[in-house]
Design a binder for this molecule. Structure first.
Ligand SMILES: *Cc1c(COP(=O)(O)O)cnc(C)c1O
Length: 409
């Protein structure tokens, strides 16, 4: 990151005047934390005692035999507290908030996963917590809203625009402008104005640091390829950082191909031709937008990859050809999920399954002495409503109907 928060041509900080001082304070606290080895030690200690770190690197022996090529390893971010890598980011930011002496946190959330993670962090640190969520998402994600409220957070449904994630982000910024002195905005991914992209990536780099050490211990040398799904880009940045600049390790980001790259119903920014450069939500990146800069409707079977922008750091790495981008369709994702559950007894989140799709396409082409790593960003249990629906499971449907009847009595 340069002094203005750019990565090549991308990123920056486009923020209202009133937030300048807050951002300065955040930048200073973050810079101090990065310089202070004791901060990272405290972070490691917290993640070890609260979020099951280090997460294992699992050898997927059955999938490896099935594909007959490279050894397939899975980095198990699904075993974090609240079931995904999001814990890494929110707990790190929680430590910073404590350092800055603030007492209130706010967050935006789409599918609710980042909201739940932030609510757990706020409960643990004793912060007041408000989560902004599009009204449509509040209706779609009732279980997550339930848990956030039970952990003491206030969930505010946002009724503007398309009533989804981008509207929740706008509303969270409005709150921040009004409450700058007391409040920290816990941004959910490696996007937004500087220093968020770099700061979130730093906390997530714990994934890559562990994976680097683990693959050397288990496999004895560097892997050939690393696969990660890309929504905003934080889990991908997390694992990639452990291997960036290491010759011969290829990094592959997999975006949501939805119903296909030519369907207009996907969320692929860097793979395909539908995104263009733009400035919105405080930063410059490749956005899925129309000629007037209006954000397009996106689609993915996985709520967590369904975002119009992408990390400016990843756009820069893509331009430098240090990361290759691919996409996986909804149909391919369901197939990879099915195979992984049957062969390994592991349930990847729908988001993570995108990375599995591309790894399964490429593993057979590699030699048996090579290794690849798939970053399993989260667990699929949370997706039971979507997965059961997509598999069209008749007894699940009956269960939902019976449950509803029970409440009607
Ligand atoms: C939120 C989420 C993602 C997408 O976010 P990134 O910032 O791109 O990592 C991916 N996987 C899971 C399980 C998630 O919860």
């Amino acid at each position: 990151m340069d002094t203005k928060g750019y990565f090549g041509n991308w990123g920056g900080a486009f923020i209202p005047e009133i937030l300048h001082e807050t951002f300065e304070q955040l930048k200073i606290s973050y810079a101090e934390a990065r310089k202070d080895p004791a901060f990272w030690q405290e972070y490691l200690q917290l993640m070890g005692s609260y979020s099951c770190r280090p997460t294992p690197l699992t050898y997927a022996e059955n999938l490896t035999k099935h594909f007959g090529g490279a050894k397939i390893f899975i980095k198990r971010e699904d075993l974090n507290h609240t079931g995904a890598h999001k814990a890494n980011n929110v707990m790190g930011q929680g430590l910073l908030v404590k350092k800055m002496g603030k007492k209130r946190v706010i967050a935006e959330t789409g599918a609710g996963q980042h909201g739940v993670a932030t609510a757990t962090m706020a409960a643990k640190f004793g912060f007041e917590c408000t989560v902004y969520m599009g009204e449509v998402d509040v209706q779609r994600q009732r279980p997550n809203v339930f848990w956030m409220e039970k952990m003491g957070a206030t969930v505010i449904p946002v009724k503007d625009g398309s009533r989804t994630l981008k509207d929740a982000i706008n509303e969270a910024f409005r709150d921040w402008v009004t409450n700058v002195d007391s409040t920290h905005y816990v941004f959910g991914t490696a996007c937004g104005p500087a220093p968020f992209p770099e700061m979130v990536s730093w906390f997530q780099s714990i994934i890559g640091q562990e994976a680097h050490k683990q693959i050397l211990e288990i496999h004895g040398r560097m892997p050939a390829k690393i696969y990660a799904c890309v929504g905003g880009g934080s889990n991908a940045m997390g694992i990639f950082q452990g291997f960036l600049g290491k010759d011969n390790v290829e990094l592959i980001g997999v975006e949501a191909g939805g119903k296909g790259l030519h369907s207009g119903q996907h969320a692929s920014r860097l793979c395909g031709n539908d995104a263009t450069p733009g400035i919105a939500q405080g930063y410059k990146t490749m956005f899925l937008q129309n000629d007037e800069g209006q954000m397009l409707e996106t689609h993915s079977v996985s709520a967590g990859l369904d975002y119009v922008g992408v990390s400016p750091i990843l756009v820069d790495l893509w331009e430098q050809k240090k990361v290759r981008f691919e996409s996986a369709t909804d149909a391919e994702v369901m197939e990879a999920l099915d195979l992984t559950m049957k062969m390994e007894g592991i349930i990847p989140a729908l988001e993570s399954a995108h990375a599995f799709v591309q790894a399964f396409k490429e593993a057979p082409k590699l030699g048996k002495d090579e290794a690849i790593i798939i970053n399993q960003s989260g667990r699929g249990d949370k997706d039971i409503f979507t997965i059961a629906h997509a598999f069209d499971d008749p007894s699940w449907k009956q269960f939902i109907i019976d449950r509803a009847k029970e409440y009607d009595k």
